[in-house]
Design a protein around this ligand. Structure first.
Ligand code: VG1
Ligand code: CO
Length: 539
């Protein structure tokens, strides 16, 4: 039976960079999740003709939330739900399932790389029929609904068993529990030459993949161990856990510490990759060597011909404005289109749909391509394995030869976390106001050549988005300032620092960027305003 439950609005259900992300204790408040789901459905017409994907990264509250989605969708008359077996679907696999089955959208329950558990974070990524996350105009309409909601509809049926594939019904809604792996694996086979990668992984080449107890564990075990023949056990932390084993499922030098320690030990394997909680981010390491995500995008783009799916040519490439300029040098050299967008994968979607780009990436450990509309951690891993298999070079040799060809964009992101929102907003507001006056000024040995907000004009829907502030220097260095849209604890100020050189290719980025980091604090008065003399996290 369908029930109508009266409710009161919550004022904080505005989506950020990638869906709605909240502390778990907030997300599990009475009617909080129900309100949000009903608000989404309120914005979608003709639900009786609409089908959606449902899945998640396995974190705490996923299973309960999925049962709620089934009952709310059914009460709202949705035509069909495709649900990943055991409630699991990675963000990239979900995008593929939406596209392959021509669904009208989907819900991936994940706070991505944020920690999980009752004291961690919970999140909902809402995708539309593009296969990628909804556009800002859609999230604005949903937010409006959340502020005015007075009731939601829900079926009072019993919970569903998500452990077996097959079809059933909830009210008039068809429910199909699907294998979340098979289609994704088929897609990877259609992009890459699995024979080549298998030869490498069954040789004496030593490979490890850290799934960080996120959703990619089962995908990685099937692909790398079962199909490509890598030794059993090469997938580390391969079982999805509700609290990620108490760890922070963020594949970077800080949170993937045990993997990093292994790769910097005497016994380091030849190659390591790590993925985040929902499987869209990747980190790539060689023995005693880390590939920065900005360089990763540049290297993959430069090597596109090695991959069967791209050998006949690629459209252009895009990056978020905060990502380093390394890939622009490659795009210029290849004579392909090049675009800069605001932070957030949703801004790449129109460029992919209109065949302007094939590859794209962000400095936050995201690389991907137009096979789906999300970033893709396993895709990036298979791409690297192919480059290694075909060039017979180590990770370090591949990147070093890239720098020798193009020069190196030294790059770091400094995060200042837990700043009171008003302090952060004022810092950004005041900085924006003073940008014009910075032109021509010299800080240490860096002279400002230009300073402006980053404004993106979408060539397809003609919308305009402002995201972050950029300071350019005469030597090509850049500093980008922006506030995070995924944090759940006060405001996080992200400061992205970049310096380009054609010599000194193997220096320590901390040393190479020390002076510019100091300049970034001076320009934005970070210490004076936040009391922080150094970043909380450097990636
Ligand atoms: C961060 C990253 C951004 C990424 C987003 C979602 O956003 O900086 O590049 O797209 O997370 O990543 P922010 O607003 O906190 O800087 V994930 O792996 O959710 O999907
Ligand atoms: Co993610």
């Amino acid at each position: 039976m369908i029930q109508t439950i009266s409710t009161k609005p919550y004022s904080d259900q505005k989506m950020g960079t990638a869906g709605l992300r909240k502390k778990t204790r907030i997300a599990i408040q009475e009617n909080y999740f129900e309100n949000f789901m009903q608000s989404i459905f309120n914005t979608i017409p003709d639900l009786d003709k609409k089908s959606f994907l449902v899945g998640g990264d396995g974190r705490y509250f996923n299973k309960i939330a999925i049962q709620k989605i089934i009952k709310i969708a059914a009460a709202n008359g949705v035509k069909k739900l495709y649900i990943g077996q055991n409630g699991l679907v990675s963000t990239p696999a979900g995008s593929h399932i939406i596209l392959k089955n021509h669904l009208d959208g989907g819900f991936v329950l994940s706070a991505s790389h944020n920690p999980g558990g009752i004291d961690g974070d919970f999140g909902i990524k809402y995708a539309n029929a593009s296969g990628g996350q909804c556009q800002p105009s859609e999230s604005a309409a949903i937010y409006e609904q959340t502020l005015n909601i007075t009731s939601y509809k829900i079926s009072d049926c019993a919970d569903f068993d998500l452990s077996k594939c097959g079809k059933t019904h909830c009210e008039k809604t068809e429910i199909e529990i699907i294998d979340p792996y098979v289609d994704y694996i088929e897609m990877m086979k259609s992009i890459f030459d699995f024979k080549t990668v298998k030869q490498l992984l069954t040789s004496d080449f030593r490979f490890v993949f850290d799934a960080m107890h996120g959703v990619t564990g089962p995908y990685a075990k099937k692909i790398f161990e079962e199909i490509l023949g890598a030794p059993k056990g090469c997938v580390l932390n391969g079982n999805p856990l509700e609290d990620f084993g108490g760890l922070h499922p963020d594949p970077n030098l800080i949170y993937a510490k045990s993997l990093v320690d292994l790769m910097y030990s005497d016994n380091a394997p030849d190659f390591a990759a790590a993925n985040d909680g929902d499987g869209d981010r990747n980190m790539i390491l060689g023995p005693h060597f880390f590939v920065s995500p900005s360089d990763c995008l540049a290297v993959l783009t430069d090597n596109y011909k090695l991959i069967p799916a791209y050998k006949d040519g690629i459209y252009g490439v895009a990056k978020s404005a905060a990502t380093s300029m390394a890939v622009k040098r490659v795009a210029d050299n290849l004579g392909i289109g090049y675009y800069e967008v605001p932070t957030g994968w949703k801004y790449f979607i129109h460029l992919m749909d209109s065949n302007r780009i094939t590859f794209c990436g962000e400095e936050s450990f995201g690389t991907g391509a137009a096979h789906i509309r999300e970033k893709d951690g396993i895709w990036a891993t298979l791409f690297w394995l192919t480059i290694i298999a075909k060039t017979h070079k180590s990770v370090k040799e591949i990147v070093l030869s890239h720098w020798q060809k193009y020069g190196r964009n030294y790059y770091l992101r400094n995060d200042y976390e837990g700043i009171p929102q008003e302090v952060a907003d004022k810092l950004m507001g005041d900085l924006e106001e003073k940008l014009p006056s910075l032109k021509g000024k010299t800080f240490s040995s860096f002279t400002v050549s230009d300073a402006h907000p980053f404004i993106y004009n979408d060539p397809v829907d003609k919308s305009s988005t402002k995201n972050g502030l950029i300071v350019h220097f005469k030597d090509g260095s850049r500093i980008v300032y922006r506030l995070s849209g995924t944090g759940t604890n006060g405001a996080t100020l992200r400061v992205y620092i970049e310096r380009y050189v054609t010599d000194k290719l193997l220096e320590n980025p901390d040393e190479m960027l020390k002076e510019l980091s100091d300049v970034s604090r001076t320009i934005a008065e970070i210490a004076e305003r936040t009391g922080k003399n150094k970043p909380d996290i450097i990636t």
